[in-house]
Design a protein around this ligand. Structure first.
Ligand SMILES: [Zn+2]
Length: 386
C-alpha cells in the first residue's frame, strides 16, 4: 500500500499531523457528505481548475481513501461522469481510548465502521496507561493504517505531547504521551480529549450541524463537554473541550481526582447515589433503569445534573444542547432532563435552545477515538478553503 505522498508530519510540535493537503481534504469531505459526486461536480462547486481537481482526486484514490463507483447508464450526450465514493476497504483508522480503568483499541474503516472487535487492556492500579496504549497500538498497526486517533479523558496538550491531568492517570502531574507517537512510528497520530472525539463524530454523522452547539457527555462518574462554534469544534485555549465535569455545586461528594469536592462528575455517579441514601446496592445505570425505592435519590442526582448543564447553557448561550449518554435511554433520565432543563435556562433562552438527548452507547469508546483521525481526512476543512 502506497503511503501518502502529501506533506505529512507526525511531529507532536505541530499539534496535529497534516494527513492530506487542504484541497484534498475539501474534496474528501465533500465526497464523504455526498457519495457519487464526480470530478466535474467538485470542480464546479469549488471553482478549482479541472487539472488540479483531477490531480487531487487521483491522489485520494492512489492513497486508498476514495474509489470510483460504477458509472450509471446515461441518455445524456457527452462523457458520463464517474461517481466518486469513500473507499471502505483499503484503509484502516485506529481508535485508542485511554480512560479510567484501561485502554481500548479498535480498527475502523474509512467510513468509521469498526473492523473487528474492540480490544480492551485493563490497567493495573498505578500503572501508566500511556505505556499500555503504546503496546496496544503496536498490536493494531499494519500497513493499511492511515492514521491513529487517540482520545483521553481530561486535558490533553497535543502540541506538547502531554496530558496535563486526567482521570485515567494515577498521579495529578502531567504525563508525556511520546511513547504513543514512538509506537506509531510514521503513522500520523491525532491526540485529543474524548469529548472532542465525540463531538467530531456528531458533526460528521449529522446533516444539520450549523450554529453553536454545546455537547455534553455523561456516564457514571464521568462528565465532559465540547463546544462547536459555527459547525466546527472550538479551538480554545487548550483544545476546545470544556471541563464541565469539574464545575462544582454545593454538594458533599467523594473527593474528585482534580483535588476538589462537589464536582458534577462526582455527583452523577453510583457513589453519590449511596450518599443520597440508596436503599439497594445497585449501580447508577441499574437504578435509573428501574428506580423503585431509589427514585428520590435518582431524581436528586438528575436534578443536580440539570442544574450543572443549565449553568453552562446560560453561560455559553448555544443554539443547541446535546446530551450524549447511554443513560438517556432510561425514561426517568429523559423525562427528568426534558422537564427540568428548560425552566433553568434564562427566560430569553428557553425558546431558543433546542435540547436533544442522544443515546450514545459509550462516551469513552475506541470507536469515537477513531473519529479524531477520520475528521482530519473527511471532516470539514478550515473555513478559508470553502
Ligand atoms: Zn473535579
Amino acid at each position: 500500500m502506497a503511503k501518502t505522498t502529501a506533506p505529512l508530519s507526525n511531529s507532536p510540535e505541530v499539534g496535529k499531523p497534516v494527513l492530506i493537503n487542504p484541497r484534498e481534504q475539501l474534496f474528501a469531505s465533500m465526497v464523504w457528505r455526498q457519495a457519487g459526486l464526480s470530478r466535474r461536480d467538485l470542480h464546479e462547486r469549488t471553482g478549482t481548475h479541472p487539472t488540479l481537481t483531477g490531480h487531487a482526486v487521483t491522489n485520494l484514490i492512489d492513497i486508498g481513501l476514495l474509489r470510483e463507483g460504477a458509472v450509471p447508464p446515461t441518455n445524456a450526450r457527452g462523457r458520463p461522469q464517474v461517481p466518486l465514493e469513500v473507499d471502505p476497504d483499503r484503509r484502516t483508522f485506529i481508535g485508542l481510548a485511554i480512560a479510567p480503568g484501561g485502554v481500548r483499541g479498535i480498527r475502523a474503516n474509512a467510513l468509521g465502521r469498526p473492523r473487528g472487535e474492540e480490544v480492551a487492556v485493563v490497567s493495573k492500579t498505578k500503572q501508566n496507561p500511556i505505556a499500555s496504549a503504546a503496546a496496544l497500538l503496536k498490536r493494531l498497526l499494519d500497513p493499511t493504517v492511515f492514521a491513529v486517533g487517540v482520545s483521553i479523558t481530561g486535558l490533553a496538550l497535543p502540541r506538547e505531547a502531554k496530558v496535563l491531568f486526567s482521570s485515567a492517570l494515577a498521579a495529578t502531574e502531567s504525563v508525556s504521551v511520546r511513547p504513543i507517537y514512538a509506537a506509531a512510528d510514521e503513522t500520523p497520530v491525532v491526540l485529543h480529549n474524548d469529548m472532542h472525539a465525540l463531538s467530531l463524530k456528531w458533526l460528521m454523522t449529522n446533516d444539520n450541524t450549523d450554529g453553536d452547539v454545546l455537547l455534553v457527555g455523561v456516564e457514571d462518574g464521568r462528565l465532559g463537554a465540547s463546544l462547536l462554534l459555527g459547525g466546527r469544534p472550538h479551538g480554545g485555549v487548550v483544545g476546545g473541550a470544556n471541563e464541565l465535569g469539574h464545575t462544582r455545586l454545593a454538594v458533599e461528594t467523594a473527593p474528585c481526582y482534580c483535588g476538589q469536592q462537589g464536582c458534577l462528575e462526582r455527583i452523577v455517579s453510583t457513589e453519590q447515589l449511596s450518599r443520597f441514601g440508596l436503599r439497594s446496592s445497585r449501580s447508577l445505570d441499574a437504578v435509573l433503569a428501574n428506580p423503585k425505592s431509589d427514585r428520590r435519590a435518582a431524581e436528586r442526582v438528575l436534578n443536580l445534573l440539570a442544574n450543572g448543564i443549565a449553568n453552562a447553557v446560560n453561560f455559553i448561550r448555544p443554539q443547541r444542547l446535546i446530551v450524549a449518554s447511554p443513560l438517556v435511554r432510561h425514561p426517568i433520565v429523559s423525562e427528568t432532563l426534558s422537564n427540568a432543563l428548560p425552566p433553568l435556562f434564562l427566560p430569553g433562552l428557553r425558546e431558543r435552545v433546542s435540547v436533544r438527548l442522544w443515546e450514545q452507547s459509550n462516551v469513552q469508546s475506541a470507536e469515537n477515538a477513531a473519529w479524531l483521525a477520520l475528521a482530519e481526512v473527511f471532516g470539514r476543512p478550515p473555513a478559508t478553503m470553502e
